[in-house]
Design a protein around this ligand. Structure first.
Ligand code: UD1
Length: 423
């Protein structure tokens, strides 16, 4: 299995191109199930999660062709389709559950395996299924599969109050509601930029959606959706990750394609930590003002709050900060698995339940480390940019799920980093 080797101590300088958002592409792709006509996505990131979604959609009967090495994907789903999403594919990625709403809307029935995904918490699907039930679906769990059927063959509009602003449930219900009879209102909806991107794409396909980006979304069902071409929004998590690289390693990096509106709460924390973030016409330029970042407290929240998907990377930075920081994880119950690995590199971190207290140290030392999820893996690479000696990050398949060519991107701005093929 491949690993990434980082030798710390190099200051960074230059530009890093930020890719299209993994989490947007993973919800835009299943939207193809809502139409007989082709949907073309541009700015698609080249990631293993995208390959998994491609396989899943192909297994349902979609024809998918790609150009520019996968950056442009055209998906077409005409005629009869298969309505069973098989465990063998779904288990690889939780976002596979995003075919449930579109399948149910298109065919009136679907059988979808319960997903797997990162080992960062229980991640049930009750908010998705309760919402679909309000729209007239009957859903049973049999042998690990959700068997869903729309009463009378068609979903009906409903007012749905989410107990929590779930990103995936908002996306699933929004897609299902585009073809339902009548009006659906989602209250306490998620407000993430990926939701707005999905709504933009669905509107291009002919859907009637209002209020995306706020906590109440209204969808007026239509008879059919047509084809469209849509560029995937910039990946704010990849953006935030690379914004931290010069803060940890030293130097100045411009993240091309970055916009402040995508990372406002994160940039506010960087500002408090003594980091200069400047919006240019092409992206976001980042550098640390002093020698060390200052300690800051962080609590993860749904958008527009601080993203849970940047918590591990922020912790890597706070390991080197001047002072003690408290990180509170409010979205997932088991998301500090990077902490013991950072401790092996010399960090001082005390985890108690959903709270991690990080006492900054001036120096850390490279070590062989591994992580059990995507964002945790990249946090170890970030720490390795500054740690003395060599850090070897194993289990690179986690990284490949969400980061396109990490070694190439960080190497391009001066980091001493390479991907070492496994035996
Ligand atoms: C999405 C993102 C993921 C990010 C997360 C939170 C994608 C593909 N993934 O995941 O990277 O970390 O948002 O920003 O977009 N929950 C329930 N019942 C449900 C659904 C969720 O209890 O039916 C809970 C989850 O266990 C979790 C919390 O709600 O504790 C957030 O989950 P949700 O917002 O649904 O995240 P995902 O859509 O899975």
């Amino acid at each position: 299995m491949d690993s990434i080797v980082v030798r710390g101590g190099k200051s960074l300088s230059g530009k890093i191109e930020i890719a299209g958002a993994k989490n947007a592409a993973l919800t835009l792709m299943p939207a193809t199930l809502l139409s007989d006509e082709p949907l073309t996505l541009t700015n698609t990131p080249r990631l293993s999660d995208i390959k998994t979604m491609t396989l899943l959609l192909e297994s349902l009967g979609a024809e998918i062709s790609s150009l520019q090495d996968g950056k442009v994907q055209t998906m077409s789903c005409h005629g009869t389709i298969n309505t069973t999403a098989d465990y063998d594919i779904v288990r690889k990625m939780r976002a596979s559950n995003l075919v449930l709403g579109p399948l149910l809307a298109r065919e009136g029935h679907a059988i979808v395996s319960l997903p797997g995904g990162c080992a960062i918490g229980a991640r049930p699907m009750d908010i998705h299924t309760d919402g679909l039930a309000k729209m007239g679906a009957e859903i049973d769990l049999k042998d690990g599969y959700l068997h869903a059927k729309a009463n009378g063959g068609t979903l009906k509009g409903a007012v749905i109050d989410f107990p929590f602003a779930s990103v995936g449930a908002t996306e699933n219900i929004m897609m299902a509601a585009t073809l339902a009879k009548g009006t659906t209102v989602i209250n306490n909806a998620a407000r993430e930029p990926e939701i707005v991107d999905l709504a933009d794409c669905l509107r291009k396909m002919g859907a009637q959606i209002d209020g995306d980006g706020t906590s109440s979304i209204t969808i007026q069902g239509v008879d059919r959706l047509h084809g469209a071409t849509h560029p995937v929004v910039t990946d704010r998590i990849e953006l935030g990750t690379y914004m931290l690289a010069p803060v940890i390693a030293g130097g100045e990096v411009e993240c091309l394609g970055g916009r402040m509106s995508l990372v406002a709460s994160f940039a506010e924390k960087l500002d408090q930590a003594g980091v200069l973030v400047e919006e240019t016409t092409t992206g976001l330029k980042v550098k640390l003002k002093g020698d060390r970042p200052k300690a800051v407290d962080v609590t993860t929240e749904p958008f527009p709050g601080f993203p849970t998907d940047l918590q591990a990377q922020m912790m890597a930075m706070l390991c080197f900060a001047d002072g003690t920081s408290v990180l509170e994880e409010k979205i997932f119950e088991n998301r500090f698995m990077h902490a013991p690995e950072l401790v092996r590199m010399g960090a001082e971190i005390d985890v108690q339940g959903g709270t991690a207290t990080v006492t900054g140290v001036e120096k850390m030392k490279g070590a062989p480390v591994m992580a059990t999820d995507l964002r945790a893996s990249v946090s170890l690479i970030l720490a390795g940019l500054k740690a003395e000696g060599e850090t070897q990050v194993n289990r690179v398949y986690h990284l490949d799920r969400g980061y396109e060519d990490v070694a190439g991107k960080l190497g391009g701005v001066g980091a001493d980093i390479e991907r070492v093929p496994g035996s």
